[in-house]
Ligand binder design. Structure first.
Ligand code: COA
Ligand code: AMP
Length: 631
């Protein structure tokens, strides 16, 4: 049954944002405390490099912390830390968090960090990760957080691109059943990198105390002696952070986030999409290494004056599938934001959600899910067991906040399972065919966004304007190419079906098959290979390598798999969840020798993918078909 999109508040806001972007975003900017009000809202002078709020000045950390304390809300809870893996918990009022952030900003300043310098963070989910991010922002410096599940090689690539002055890390992270020592990995990365950092700051944790070298400093020792630092005013267009994300090649893309547009967009989304205001408890069960963590663990809840939950654990196994219910009940969480895979994990362990019993979930009003496609099965299961709206929202590291969602704070709209609902204000989304022409409603194509993108989205790639244009803007003239395929129905609801490139989504983690192929291809017995994301019931997708052996190669397939799996884990990291290598007699190719990855991807995604007429030998594809479709 078709449900018309309400023409109420949502439609009015969206129309205005497209017809009068300056007016719309000037009004939204009132939620932010500016040192200098922005004289220009949308700066088109250097198109296609659009800028927002040019000439405005602010400090993002001031907006996240100081202003709430100055307004008399210092005793309000800013952050709760809950760590089932260490058996500890802690709470931070806005005053305490501000003190610790100002002190750590003093530590960084003492190590020579100034406005514009980069500080790289390689941290587990501890409050100090949030503190280090905010302290960097306080100095007008630029943080770059690298997810702890990445291996030294990936860390080294990011160190060389971001060229940080200081690296902040911890002695270890804790995964269920094992302690992950970060410091030796950091040392390996620093050794492998061409860039030399001035200093590292290490948070020692009792689970594994790190050996310290000459350039290493102990977090607590420096903090004990530091003078607190104040906020440095920056241009709205100055970078706040660089966050690396997987592209189609092995080289990650350094997504740049500015200060002004980011603060405005997050403030808008927190109120209008997530329906969160001052004093509410918001829990994004993700990791500060991902964009969800940047936007909705750190900046948006604090800018809104809400309480954020920093959770060091998993949905299952720490210790069981009741973990989420316990956290919601303990802290009175109003909205939970996580990836669908987390709910699939809970469902697998506890199909009837019987472990919910005894936990008071009455505070929970909405479940937000993002990071990968929300399959209707998971949607229905979560809706049934919780009895609250389950709200899919679609976005990317590049955009920093939802492109499509159901705006719960602005105007709750009917939910259609399988769709992240409607396009958010500021985004002018069109579905285009291969020639760049708009398709009819209901027809699938390349989801694209007409320029300019709204505030908070990437202005460019770090140190690489050309790659920004080549990767995103040159695909369809006048548009930003999202890399996702899908369609918009007659009611304006969008359906996002999957990537149209070599990016895959494993348990909500975005990964590049290209970088995995580069590792697989280095095995001495591999002649050629393709890595494709295949369907997985828990993680959505998992990578699987199809390899053709060199002539005369003689190796036990299990041994080959073991060796290749170990090298991907060592080079990229455990987060790749790379576990499967299949030896095949050949890969499907065009007559000119190009591997038909797109056709393989289509089959793996369950699309009726007709092989191109240029295919060399169709029988090769027939052999692969069941291997691509299998769980
Ligand atoms: N540091 C070191 N290693 C890490 C890590 C970190 N921060 N995070 C994950 N890893 C390791 C894990 O230990 C695991 O290693 P293993 O192969 O030795 O078991 C591997 O990376 C894969 O981790 P993960 O994707 O977390 O898989 P899992 O099987 O341990 O757990 C889920 C599966 C579904 C429970 C888990 O992925 C999850 O909670 N997902 C929630 C979604 C999410 O946070 N998405 C982020 C974007 S919103
Ligand atoms: P990331 O940059 O890590 O946030 O990953 C972004 C990609 O994840 C998108 O381009 C999509 O392919 C996928 N994605 C994120 N959220 C959703 C969603 N709600 N529905 C479908 N795909 C999603």
């Amino acid at each position: 049954m078709s449900q018309a999109v309400d023409t109420g508040a949502y439609q009015r806001e969206r129309d205005r944002s497209i017809e009068d972007p300056e007016g719309f975003w000037r009004d939204a900017a009132a939620a932010i405390d500016w040192d200098v009000e922005p004289p220009i809202v949308l700066d088109r002078s250097d198109a296609p490099y659009y800028r927002w709020f040019t000439g405005g000045r602010l400090n993002t950390c001031f907006n996240a912390l100081d202003r709430h304390v100055l307004a008399g809300h210092g005793e309000r809870l800013a952050l709760v830390y809950d760590s089932p893996v260490t058996g500890t918990a802690d709470t931070y009022s806005y005053s305490r968090l501000l003190d610790e952030v100002a002190t750590f900003a003093g530590v960084l300043r003492g190590l020579g960090v100034e406005k514009g310098d980069r500080v790289l963070l390689y941290m587990p989910m501890v409050p100090e990760a949030v503190i280090a991010m905010l302290a960097t922002a306080r100095l007008g410096a630029v943080h770059s957080v690298v997810f702890g599940g990445f291996a030294p090689h990936e860390l080294a690539i990011r160190i060389d691109d971001a060229t940080p002055k200081v690296v902040v890390s911890a002695s270890c992270g804790i995964e269920p059943g094992r302690v992950v020592e970060y410091k030796p990995m950091l040392d390996r990365a620093l050794e492998a990198a061409d860039h030399t950092v001035d200093a590292t700051v290490i948070l020692q944790r009792p689970q594994a105390v790190a050996e310290m070298g000459e350039r290493d400093h102990d977090w607590r020792a420096l903090a004990a002696a530091a003078e607190p630092a104040g906020c440095v005013s920056v241009e709205a267009t100055d970078p706040l952070y660089v966050l690396y994300t997987s592209g189609t090649t092995g080289k990650p893309k350094g997504i740049v986030r500015d200060n002004g547009g980011h603060a405005v967009a997050l403030a808008w989304s927190m109120r209008n999409v997530y329906d969160i205001g001052a004093g509410d408890v918001f829990w994004a069960a993700s990791d500060v290494g991902w964009v969800v963590g940047h936007s909705y663990i750190v900046y948006a809840p604090l800018i809104a004056g809400a309480t954020t939950v920093v959770y060091e654990g998993k949905p299952v196994g720490t210790p069981d599938a009741s973990a989420f219910w316990r956290v919601i009940a303990t802290y009175g969480v109003k909205a939970l934001f996580t990836a669908p895979t987390a709910f699939r994990a809970i469902k697998k362990e506890d199909p009837d959600a019987s472990l919910r019993a005894g936990h008071d979930l009455s505070s929970l009003q909405t479940l937000f899910l993002a990071g990968e496609r929300l399959d209707p099965d998971t949607y229905h299961w979560a809706s049934d067991i919780l009895g609250i709206p389950v709200v899919d929202n679609w976005w990317q590291t590049e955009t920093g906040w939802p492109i499509a969602a159901n705006p719960r704070g602005l105007e709750p709209l009917p939910i259609k399972p399988g769709s992240p609902s409607v396009i958010m204000p500021g985004y002018d989304v069109r579905v285009l065919d291969e020639r760049g022409l708009p398709v009819e409603p209901g027809q699938e194509g390349n989801i694209s966004i007409r320029l300019p993108l709204p505030p908070g989205t990437l202005p460019t790639l770090w140190n690489d304007d050309k790659r920004y244009v080549d990767s995103y803007l040159a695909v369809f003239s006048g548009y930003y190419a999202t890399g996702d395929g899908g369609y918009i129905d007659e009611d304006g609801y969008i359906f996002v079906m999957g990537r149209t490139d070599d990016v895959i989504n494993v348990a909500g983690h975005r990964l590049s098959t290209g970088s995995m192929e580069a590792v697989v291809a280095t095995h001495p017995m591999v002649a050629e290979c393709a890595v494709i994301g295949v369907h997985d019931q828990l993680k959505g997708q998992i990578p699987r390598a199809f390899v053709v052996l060199k002539a005369g190669a003689d190796i036990d397939p299990k041994q080959l798999e073991k060796e290749i799996v170990a090298s991907v884990r060592d080079e990229i990291g455990p987060v790749a969840a790379f576990k499967s290598v299949v030896i095949v007699p050949g890969l499907p190719k065009t007559r000119s020798g190009k591997i038909l990855r797109r056709t393989m991807r289509g089959i793996a995604d369950g699309r009726p993918e007709a092989p191109p007429s240029t295919i060399d030998d169709i029988s090769v594809l027939d052999v692969l078909r069941p291997l691509l479709q299998g769980d």
